[in-house]
Write a protein that binds this ligand. Structure first.
Ligand SMILES: N=CN[C@@H](CCC(=O)O)C(=O)O
Ligand SMILES: [Mn+2]
Ligand SMILES: [Mn+2]
Length: 319
């Protein structure tokens, strides 16, 4: 596969070197920080589809949704947690830098990130966006919907691991609205959104949100029903009806003890083992087009715990 050498004009901050422990230069000592190359590099790609990491530094969506801001610092925190991990992947990984949402310029930032993602997808990469609040998901959707794969008619599925539907009907887009925005976009394009959610917390979603989900034909599993077996079947059924998958992980799907560094920590949450198994299942499905991980707020993290979990899940997904 061709190396990925373009510098995308939509990106604000160019990639900076990753850091981590140094045990030696040989492959047997390799860690993420030694493996990840800036997208501007001319490093040769291997046999597997290359992965490209892109940061989406945004607080605007959570602020508009009346949450606890701080997710704009998440891309740097996830890179820091990924850097020291041992690198066992059979693919090249590139860093494209960050799209930065200044102040309240959310819609413009989502459009720019979307263009960057489409371009990376059309160049043959597996794209991994590090959010940002869950407004990151609408940027991801714009990128995926604008890609050649979806424009050529492939059936898109959106799988969200989240305690919340994020289907709010509000005049202003936020971290609480991205999947309703997607549904509206799909309708305008003469399609229906195929949207599934794993981990919905009943007490944290109003009747209106459940009604909206039902009206849109959203498939979901409540957090209390997320045994490993049920989740595996649910994901397998969903993936069987699509051609390409966009996976989005809102870290508040995990219990607050595992993921304290989020805007809305979960009292119940889906166990990390189950969420990690979904990531393995999705990675092995052959359908994964694009992924993102959202809602990390380093300000409320404890000992980098949530950032480490985010890094672990990204590692699983790209393996
Ligand atoms: N992306 C976050 N969405 C949730 C937040 C809930 C909360 O702040 O308690 C929502 O809007 O429902
Ligand atoms: Mn959530
Ligand atoms: Mn969410």
């Amino acid at each position: 596969m061709a190396p990925n050498t373009s510098t995308n004009p939509s990106v604000d901050v160019l990639p900076t070197p990753w850091t981590g422990r140094f045990d030696g230069d040989g492959d047997e000592h390799r860690r993420w920080w030694q493996a990840v190359a800036p997208l501007t590099s001319s490093a040769a790609a291997g046999a597997s589809r290359p992965a490209v990491v892109l940061g989406f530094c945004s607080d605007a969506g959570v602020r508009r949704n009346k949450g606890r801001v701080g997710a704009a610092a998440a891309p740097a925190a996830i890179r820091s947690a990924l850097g020291p991990l041992a690198f066992h992947l059979d693919r090249d990984v590139f860093d494209a830098g960050d799209v930065v949402v200044e102040d309240d310029s959310l819609e413009e930032g989502q459009q720019r990130a979307g263009r960057a993602i489409s371009e990376l997808l059309d160049a043959g990469n597996l794209t991994a966006v590090l959010g940002g609040g869950h407004e990151t998901a609408f940027a991801s959707y714009l990128g995926v919907a604008g890609s050649n794969a979806v424009r050529s008619g492939k059936r898109l599925g959106v799988l969200n691991l989240d305690a919340h539907f994020d289907l709010r009907d509000e005049p202003t887009p936020s971290s609480g609205t991205p999947f309703l925005q997607m549904a509206q976009e799909e309708t305008a394009a003469g399609r229906e959104l195929r949207y599934a959610v794993v981990g919905i917390s009943e007490p944290n979603n109003t009747r209106t949100l459940f009604d909206t989900a039902d009206r849109l034909g959203v498939k979901y599993l409540l957090d209390e029903d997320c045994s490993a077996e049920r989740v595996e079947t649910f994901v397998a059924d969903f993936v069987a009806g699509i051609d390409v998958l966009y996976l989005t992980i809102d870290l508040d799907v995990l219990p607050a003890s595992v993921a304290p560094g989020v805007s809305a920590p979960a009292a119940y949450g889906v166990p990390l083992a189950v969420i990690n198994a979904v990531c393995r299942q999705v990675a092995a499905s052959g359908t994964l087009l694009h992924l993102d991980i959202a809602e990390l707020n380093p300000e409320f993290d404890i000992d980098g715990r949530t950032a480490k979990v985010a890094a672990r899940l990204v590692n699983t997904l790209l393996a």
